[in-house]
Write a protein that binds this ligand. Structure first.
Ligand code: AMP
Length: 498
C-alpha cells in the first residue's frame, strides 16, 4: 500500500515524501484511515513502529479546516492535545509534528517541565492549534491561565503505559475534565496492563483496536544475544565488545543513575567517548548528551530506563543491556530503540548469575529463547555447591520454566555459537519466581511523581465520562507488549470480542 491510497492531502504527501518514506508502516496503514474517519483508537504499538506519524498525519489533516494566518491568538485555540510522559518524547513528537506540518499554516508548540515556563508562555499565548505537553507542565500553564483546552477536538495519549507508571494518572484525569465532551480520543501504549485497559475503557468511545501484531517482527529485525558474565567483569566485557566490534553508536542501559555515570566515566577512560542520560541530569545536559549522540560526537549513550523512554535515534544498530531491567516489559521498551522502521538491530545483554530469573521472565514474555554467546576470558566461573541455587538455568530448564509455546520452540531454535559454548550448571537449579517489583533506582521511579494538583480526585465527578461503563470491545486480559502478541492471543481476543 502507498501513502496516496490512505487518503492523505497533497501537502501531507509532499511532507512525507520529503522525509523519504516510501510506504506506510503497518500501524500507519491501519490507523490513518480510521483516525481520518474521526473514530477513537486504542493503538498497541511502541516507538520504532512509526506510530507518531500514524496519529500525527491524520490529526493534521482533520485540523486543516482551521488553518489560518491571522495574527490574533483567538483564531488559534488549541485543537489537538498530545500528552506524553517525558520531555524527550515531547520534543521528538513535536519535531514530527513540525516535519509533517511544514506546508500548513497550523501552529504547534511543545511544553514540558524542567525548563523555565516563561518562554513557553509567550508562544502558547500567541496561539497554537497543536500542543504537545507533559501533564504536569500543562497543568502549570492552565493554572497560570496561559491557555484553555475548551476547543480541543483531538486528545492523544502517547505511551500511556509509561504515563501511568510515572504516576501521571491524577493529572491526566484532571486534564480530561477540562476538555470538551465531544472530541476524538487516541491512546497508544506498548503494553496492555489492567490499568491501561481501565483507562481505555473510561476514556475511549467505541474505539477501534489497532495493534502491531506481527509477533515475529522483533525476532526478524532484531538479533538478541546474551553474554553470561560475572558482574565484576561486565565493564571490561562491554569495553571489549565495543572495541572488538568497532561499534560507533551504542545505547547502553543501566539500572541506576549512579551506575550510568560510573559506566560513562569508565568508558571515557578507555577512550570510548560516552555520556550518561538520567533523571538527575538537567534538561540542558540531557538534550546536549542526546544531540551529541545523534550527531556521532559520542559513541555511547548510557541511559536509565526512564530517561531513554521514547528516544528516537535513527539507525541505532546496537542496544546493550549492561544490566537487565527488573520488569521484562522494560526490555521491550529498551530494545525498541533498535530495529526501527525496518532496519536491522542487535539487542545484547550482559547477564550475571543473579540476573537469570530476570532473563527467564524476559524470554517468557517474548516467547523466544535468546541465544547465548561467550567471549574468551569472560567465561562464567564454575558454580560452587554453595551458590548452585543461584546458578544459571540450562537452556532446557529456561525453556520449561519460561513456559514457551510449542510453536516458539520450533521456530526459534536456540542457536549457540562463538568461541566457546557455555554449559550452565544444571544441578540445584531453582528459579526465583518472585519477580522484583521495585522499579529502577531512578528518581522518577523511586520517588513517584506527586501531582501538585493533589485534590484532583475530588474534582472527578463520579458520573463523569471517566466513570461511565465502557461499551467498546474488550481488550485482552493479559498484559502483552504489542509487538509480541501471539496468534493465540489474537484469536482469544477475537473470540472475546465477538
Ligand atoms: P516512531 O515509531 O514514531 O518513533 O517512528 C520511528 C522512526 O520511523 C522515526 O525515525 C520515523 O521518522 C520513521 N518512520 C516513520 N514512518 C516511516 C515510514 N513510513 N517509512 C520509513 N520510516 C518511517
Amino acid at each position: 500500500m502507498s501513502f496516496e491510497q490512505l487518503g492523505l492531502s497533497t501537502d501531507l504527501l509532499r511532507a512525507i515524501s520529503d522525509q523519504g518514506y516510501v510506504n506506510p508502516t503497518p500501524i500507519q496503514e491501519q490507523a490513518i484511515p480510521v483516525i481520518l474517519e474521526g473514530k477513537d483508537v486504542m493503538g498497541g504499538a511502541q516507538t520504532g513502529t512509526g506510530k507518531t506519524a500514524s496519529f500525527t498525519l491524520p490529526m493534521l489533516q482533520r485540523l486543516q479546516v482551521h488553518a489560518n494566518t491571522s495574527m490574533s491568538p483567538a483564531r488559534h485555540p488549541v485543537r489537538a492535545l498530545i500528552l506524553v510522559p517525558t520531555r524527550e518524547l515531547a520534543m521528538q513528537v513535536h519535531d514530527s509534528v513540525k516535519t509533517y506540518n511544514k506546508y500548513s499554516a497550523l501552529r504547534s508548540t511543545v511544553v514540558y517541565g524542567g525548563v523555565s515556563i516563561d518562554t513557553q508562555i509567550d508562544i502558547v499565548r500567541s496561539g497554537v492549534e497543536i500542543l504537545v505537553a507533559t501533564p504536569g507542565r500543562l497543568l502549570d500553564h492552565i493554572q497560570q491561565k496561559t491557555l484553555t483546552l475548551a476547543k480541543v477536538e483531538v486528545l492523544i495519549l502517547d505511551e500511556a503505559d509509561r504515563m501511568l507508571d510515572m504516576g501521571f494518572l491524577p493529572d491526566i484525569k484532571q486534564i480530561i475534565q477540562l476538555l470538551p465532551e465531544h472530541r476524538q480520543n487516541l491512546m497508544f501504549s506498548a503494553t496492555f496492563s489492567p490499568d491501561i485497559k481501565k483507562l481505555a475503557s473510561k476514556l475511549l468511545h467505541n474505539p477501534v483496536l489497532i495493534e502491531v501484531a506481527k509477533q515475529n517482527s522483533v525476532s526478524e529485525l532484531i538479533t538478541h544475544v546474551v553474554y553470561p558474565v560475572e558482574s565484576a567483569k561486565k565493564q571490561e566485557l562491554l569495553v571489549r565488545l565495543i572495541q572488538q566490534e568497532n561499534l560507533q553508536q551504542v545505547l547502553v542501559f543501566t539500572r541506576t543513575k549512579h551506575g550510568a555515570d560510573r559506566l560513562a566515566q569508565r568508558l571515557n577512560r578507555h577512550e570510548i567517548t560516552s555520556e550518561a542520560i538520567h533523571g538527575d541530569r538537567n534538561q540542558l545536559q540531557r538534550t546536549q548528551a542526546l544531540d551529541n549522540f545523534k550527531q556521532g560526537q559520542i559513541r555511547v549513550l548510557v541511559a536509565t530506563d526512564v530517561a531513554a523512554r521514547g528516544l528516537d535515534i535513527e539507525e541505532l544498530s546496537h542496544v546493550i543491556n549492561f544490566e537487565l531491567p527488573n520488569n521484562p516489559e522494560d526490555y521491550v521498551h529498551r530494545i525498541g530503540r533498535t530495529g526501527r522502521a525496518g532496519a536491522k538491530g542487535f539487542a545484547i545483554s550482559l547477564v550475571s548469575k543473579e540476573e537469570n530469573s530476570l532473563l527467564v521472565d524476559i524470554e517468557k514474555l517474548l516467547g523466544i529463547k535468546i541465544k547465548s554467546e561467550q567471549i574468551s576470558g569472560f567465561e562464567l566461573k564454575e558454580t560452587s555447591v554453595n551458590d548452585s541455587k543461584k546458578s544459571a538455568p540450562s537452556e532446557e530448564q529456561r525453556t520449561k520454566r519460561g513456559g514457551l509455546s510449542k510453536q516458539n520452540k520450533k521456530t526459534n531454535s536456540f542457536v549457540k555459537h562463538g568461541e566457546k559454548v557455555i554449559h550452565f550448571n544444571k544441578e540445584g537449579m531453582t528459579r526465583n519466581t518472585k519477580r522484583a517489583n521495585n522499579k529502577a533506582d531512578d528518581p522518577l521511579f523511586t520517588q513517584p511523581y506527586i501531582s501538585k494538583y493533589a485534590d484532583v480526585n475530588a474534582l472527578i465527578d463520579e458520573s463523569s465520562e471517566l466513570n461511565k461503563k465502557p461499551n467498546h470491545r474488550q481488550l485482552s486480559k493479559r498484559p502483552v507488549p504489542a509487538l509480541f502478541i501471539s496468534p493465540a492471543t489474537n484469536k482469544q481476543k477475537k473470540s472475546e470480542a465477538s
